[in-house]
Design a binder for this molecule. Structure first.
Ligand SMILES: NC(=O)c1ccc[n+]([C@@H]2O[C@H](COP(=O)([O-])OP(=O)(O)OC[C@H]3O[C@@H](n4cnc5c(N)ncnc54)[C@H](OP(=O)(O)O)[C@@H]3O)[C@@H](O)[C@H]2O)c1
Length: 287
């Protein structure tokens, strides 16, 4: 297991650790890329909860890391890319949406049992609902990977009218069957976007690296008042969000999803329902 430096809190703050401190980690290929781990520590502190959350880069079989955390007495862990599906065989119980999604983004260790859940879809929905209601709206979802599936289920449960498109159309069709959503081909986007109220990018387009300057929605298709959500969190402002702001759209950047998916893990981790003060502390630590 690789623990390489533990930048757990913002400069100037401190966390006291004693024998009763509950241990949490985020397990990911690059555990610091999202910058989200200090947010849990801020939440723990504000809630008066004796816990600490650290980033751990996993460069081995996820099972070995999971076993190590259990034997070290950890209480839980966030699960990041690329382990959200790979970890599933080692989970004893799935809660909430996790079994429908087929992937998890956190585990809690409960008396020797590994309990897994997934807050990605509901986190994205909560971020979207900061800007609009969803029921009855035409929602275009671009992508058919893990995040798209999680969002599809959450938006469908909320009563959104889903229209899914994906580079590989068969994957969009497979997803859509699960919730009775409609699908269309990427080249049909100019027609489908005309009467849409919401467009969500759940592809990797726009991510830092080779796809950074790319956008799932051509700028000339964006128009004032359209609600545009992106789930790509690095860089902070993706090409899609830059374009959408310039065209007068209402934007929902990925950091809102990142915040809410974390807030939704707070109660399973700690047993404490986060109130407004705790959420505000988490939000402040993330900005
Ligand atoms: N903010 C948050 O809290 C949060 C949480 C979870 C995930 N995310 C982000 O969500 C994004 C998607 O993650 P994921 O786990 O769903 O990934 P994934 O399962 O690998 O799916 C990737 C999707 O992107 C599409 N895609 C990739 N390259 C493309 C290209 N050049 N042109 C068109 N489509 C392309 C894929 O299409 P094909 O099917 O054709 O390959 C697929 O639909 C990532 O950026 C991830 O970081 C954010």
């Amino acid at each position: 297991m690789n623990i390489s430096g533990i930048p757990i809190a913002k400069t100037g703050s401190s966390i006291e650790v004693d024998a009763q401190t509950q241990l949490f980690a985020v397990l990911a290929g690059n555990s610091r890329s999202s910058g989200i781990y200090p947010l849990y520590n801020a939440g723990f502190k504000t809630a008066g909860y004796n816990g600490i959350y650290i980033p751990i880069d996993v460069d081995e079989d996820i099972k070995n890391t999971l076993d190590s955390l259990i034997s070290l007495g950890f209480r839980g862990a966030g699960i990041g890319v690329p382990f959200k599906v790979a970890i599933m065989p080692y989970v004893n119980e799935l809660v909430g949406d996790a079994s429908r999604i087929g992937a998890i983004n956190y585990v809690v260790f409960d008396k020797g049992r590994v309990v897994g859940g997934n807050t990605d879809g509901l986190g994205a929905l909560k971020a979207l609902k900061e800007k609009t209601t969803v029921s009855g709206k035409k929602v275009i979802l671009v992508g058919a990977g893990g995040m798209a599936k999680a969002i599809m289920l959450a938006v469908s449960d909320e009563g959104g009218r889903l229209f899914i498109t994906n580079r590989t159309p068969e994957k969009a069709s497979d997803l859509a069957k699960r919730v009775n959503a409609q699908t269309f081909l990427p080249e049909e986007l100019p027609r489908e976007i005309q009467d849409a109220q919401v467009v969500i990018n759940a592809t990797t387009l726009g991510m830092k690296g080779i796809q950074e300057k790319m956008s799932a929605i051509p700028k000339d298709l964006l128009k004032p008042g359209l609600i545009v959500q992106d789930v790509v969190s690095v860089p902070r402002e993706t090409q899609l969000i830059i374009d959408a702001k310039e065209k007068g759209c209402i934007v929902v950047p990925a950091r809102r999803t990142s915040l809410w998916q974390a807030v939704l893990k707070f109660q399973p981790f700690t047993g404490i329902k986060p109130d407004g003060t705790i959420i505000a502390a988490m939000e402040k630590a993330f900005n």
